[in-house]
Ligand binder design. Structure first.
Ligand code: ATP
Length: 302
């Protein structure tokens, strides 16, 4: 978690929402300071069509030349597949996912999309086709309509209405003083965490990316909101390659594949049932989380 926070205006929000308090906040500051400036290669090509096949080939990574955070990650994800990454806190789940939109470059090996090394694609074309839904939603001061249309500039009124509906936001927006014209942000209406998340889902329906990265919320919302959000996320994921950074194992049972990450490596992968039968790291994670029911803390697999 944390990699998807974008720059400085977010510091206050991070202090509020960062799941790991001061240590996490420091880590976030380090991220701002040390994030390399990723540049387009002179020969970079614009991706015009993305099917959404993703391959990690011997991927290694370290932040700013420090210790290895990822080591020898090999993974092939088919277009349209939903893959959930699970594992102890700090295992490298977020880092793996952040290499796909190229927030960072692998320090060993390569990440390919539809067979193209992401370093050979223009960043604009790459990120246009990759959507990130994170627990930390960026809202700017403006109307709800503008904040949703941000998903696809120039979206029609009908497109926006459809996105709102698919994100299960219609009733919420109708209840606001000026509907879609309600101003949010510092001087506007304050939205709840769940509402903000649904707004970002509506945005994503408009953006219509081939690849979706879901950075799952660490803290649970109330059950009903949670269920509504899970339902719209499932709709959003349909037909797209979806990578889920999972914190709560209960929400990812139906993923096509679960990848268990420990200490920067993939230690197990498979479906929920198969991994449970196998009785390895995944099963221990599930047991640990069940034992601490209601508690969202990650527990070491080993
Ligand atoms: P969590 O479940 O807590 O979100 P994670 O599995 O997503 O954890 P990552 O966030 O990928 O793990 O972190 C992997 C390792 O890299 C951790 O040791 C973490 O401290 C370190 N790390 C993450 N981001 C940075 C950064 N910007 N600078 C330096 N180290 C970092």
């Amino acid at each position: 978690t944390g990699v998807f926070f974008r720059p400085v205006e977010k510091i206050a929000a991070v202090l509020e929402t960062y799941p790991k308090g001061i240590a996490g906040f420091r880590r976030y500051c380090e991220f701002i300071d040390t994030a390399p400036d990723i540049l387009d290669a002179p020969s970079a090509v614009a991706i015009t069509r993305m099917a959404g096949a993703i391959s990690f080939r011997g991927v290694g990574f370290s932040y700013g030349g420090g210790r290895k955070v990822l080591d020898g990650v090999d993974l092939d994800i088919a277009p349209g597949e939903t893959v959930a990454f699970v594992g102890p806190s700090g295992a490298g789940k977020t880092t793996i996912c952040s290499l796909v939109p190229r927030f960072y470059d692998a320090t060993a090996g390569a990440v390919l999309i539809d067979g193209l090394d992401v370093r050979e694609a223009t960043q604009a074309s790459l990120r246009r086709r990759i959507g990130v839904v994170s627990q930390d939603v960026f809202l700017f001061a403006g109307t709800i309509r503008d904040n949703i249309a941000y998903g696809r500039l120039g979206a029609s009124e009908a497109d926006i209405a459809l996105a709102v509906e698919r994100a299960h936001l219609t009733a919420t927006i109708a209840a606001l003083p000026a509907g879609l014209d309600t101003v949010v942000g510092e001087r506007g209406v304050k939205l709840s965490g769940g509402q903000k998340q649904r707004l970002s889902i509506a945005r994503m329906f408009l953006k219509d990316p081939a690849v979706l990265i879901l950075d799952e919320a660490t803290s649970a919302l109330d059950t009903e909101t949670e269920r509504a959000i899970q339902a719209s996320l499932a709709e959003l994921a349909a037909g797209r390659t979806t990578l889920i950074i999972a914190h709560r194992l209960s929400t990812i049972r139906h993923a096509d594949r679960i990848v268990v990450v420990a200490d920067g490596r993939i230690v197990e992968e498979g479906g929920h049932e198969a991994l449970m039968r196998r009785g390895g790291a995944y099963r221990r994670l599930v047991a640990a989380q069940t034992a601490g029911a209601g508690d969202e803390t990650q527990t070491a697999a080993e």
